[in-house]
Design a binder for this molecule. Structure first.
Ligand code: GTP
Ligand code: MG
Length: 361
């Protein structure tokens, strides 16, 4: 409680333990401590199960292929970041505190498939149990979930959780049984475990693609990528790059120098510098766009993750964003959203008991 108190105080929101706090503030605290907010809001459940409806009627005549968004999920330490490091020829794991991933990493990677480079977008999610909200978010924006299972450890709680998120989001699953180079690796046991939870491997007559890999050595990673691209091709992934952008906030926070910073993944249209955006109760004009390497870019098309500055507030990760025609329209939408949050808060206080700092801690 003291720590949360200090955190709120540092944001200019000093308060005493029994004072009730806004739903937005609860969300903010939960985000800071990476606790998933579970509230009694039934639309959230619908939201999870809803297959993204991001194409409008008008888009249908202007559709073009877009890169697949591939989210890597699984239990802590099963080798997700190592797999991406191999694919990207990078060394992210080595730079992580304690080798633990704590945020969603978003990367645009040219992947060689049949001798041609194809652009793919990878999201790396944390496997630690505290980061369930990030796995849920990762599953919601992805086209395919790549579930990594260590061959020497098998299916563990966050493996099951990740599979549940992928199913809830209605996205196809590809399994990577990893660490097959290790002493004690038992990929067959993992295959049995998969079958026992209803994910029957293709090689056993089922419909779940399973590839046995070593992320560390790179064994069979090519085969995994080919498998994933086959699944992606079947999905016929398209968007209309010639319209104003909309998509989802995958990360958001407050930067000391830049102010509110958000990472968006554009799901339809093209986001450009100067666009007016709104996301929940946050709105503003895009002042600058940065790619994953921190380079300034002018625009970001479908499937592409991009860091955005120019919002007046920190948006909520997982919320949608869209481009609107004027700042007035943006503010109007943002205010309407803030008002409905306020109403929710009153309903929450009336119906579900109030949330106080003391009850949170
Ligand atoms: P979180 O993001 O914290 O959930 O972990 P992660 O799934 O990203 O695991 P990470 O890639 O950080 O790897 C964890 C440890 O397993 C590291 O020490 C890796 O070197 C090791 N590791 C990953 N893949 C392999 C593999 O194929 N073979 C062997 N022998 N070790 C591996
Ligand atoms: Mg990791």
């Amino acid at each position: 409680e003291g720590e949360i108190f200090g955190y709120l105080f540092s944001r200019g929101m000093g308060m005493h333990g029994l004072q009730s706090i806004d739903r937005d503030v609860v969300k903010m605290i939960c985000r800071e401590y990476d606790v998933e907010v579970i509230d009694a809001d039934p639309t959230r459940v619908e939201d999870m199960a809803r297959k993204k409806e991001i194409l409008d009627e008008e888009d249908l005549d202007s559709l073009e292929d877009r890169p697949p968004v591939l989210t890597i999920m699984g239990h802590v330490d099963h080798g997700k970041t190592t797999l991406l490091d191999y694919i990207r020829t990078s060394k992210v794991v080595a730079s992580e505190a304690g080798g633990i991933t704590q945020g969603i990493g978003a990367y645009v990677v040219p992947v060689p498939i049949d001798g041609k480079l194809q652009t793919c977008v990878f999201l790396d999610t944390p496997g630690h149990e505290a980061f369930g909200a990030m796995r849920a978010r990762g599953a919601r924006v992805t086209d395919i979930a790549i579930i990594v299972v260590a061959a020497d450890d098998g299916i563990r709680p966050q493996t099951n959780e990740a599979i549940a998120h992928a199913k809830a989001a209605g996205v196809p699953i590809v399994i990577a049984i990893n660490k097959i180079d290790r002493d004690g690796a038992n990929p067959d046991r993992v295959m049995e475990e998969l079958a026992s939870i209803g994910l029957m491997p293709e090689s056993w007559g089922g419909d779940v693609p399973v590839v046995q890999v070593s992320a560390l050595k790179g064994d069979n990673v090519d085969e995994l990528l080919e498998t994933v691209m086959l699944v992606a091709e079947l999905q016929d992934l398209k968007a209309n790059p010639h319209r104003s952008a909309k998509g989802t906030v995958i990360e958001a926070g407050l930067d000391k120098f830049k102010g509110p910073v958000a990472t968006f993944i554009v799901q339809n249209g093209t986001l450009k510098k100067g666009d007016i955006i709104v996301s929940g109760a946050a709105s503003g004009k895009v002042r600058a766009l940065f790619d994953e390497k921190g380079n300034l870019v002018d625009q970001a098309g479908p499937s592409i993750p991009v860091q955005v500055i120019g919002l007046d507030n920190v948006p909520i990760a997982g919320d949608e964003f869209e481009v609107v025609s004027s700042l007035d329209a943006a503010r109007e939408k943002a205010e309407a959203c803030a008002e409905s949050l306020q109403k929710d808060r009153i309903a929450a206080q009336a119906g579900y008991g109030k949330v106080t700092l003391a009850s949170l801690a």
